[in-house]
Write a protein that binds this ligand. Structure first.
Ligand SMILES: [Zn+2]
Length: 68
């Protein structure tokens, strides 16, 4: 089973993966706002995280289905 070891943060407005610089990533905390480097919209980190977690959950479910 392949489980990604990192969550890719996707912009809630344009859907593109937001590239987070490593040093900034360490400083990101709940409630922070991340500016998309594509459409320049401001994303709420908590929302991005929720979406990413949901996607990860679905991914794991899909993988698991093959073993049923
Ligand atoms: Zn965007």
């Amino acid at each position: 089973m392949i489980i990604p070891n990192s969550i890719s943060a996707k912009c809630l407005f344009c859907g593109i993966v937001i590239e987070i610089e490593n040093e900034n990533e360490l400083n990101i905390k709940s409630g922070d706002i991340i500016k998309c480097n594509h459409c320049a919209e401001l994303n709420d980190f908590d929302s991005i995280k929720r979406v990413a977690e949901k996607e990860l959950e679905n991914l794991v479910k899909e993988e698991f289905k093959e073993y049923l």
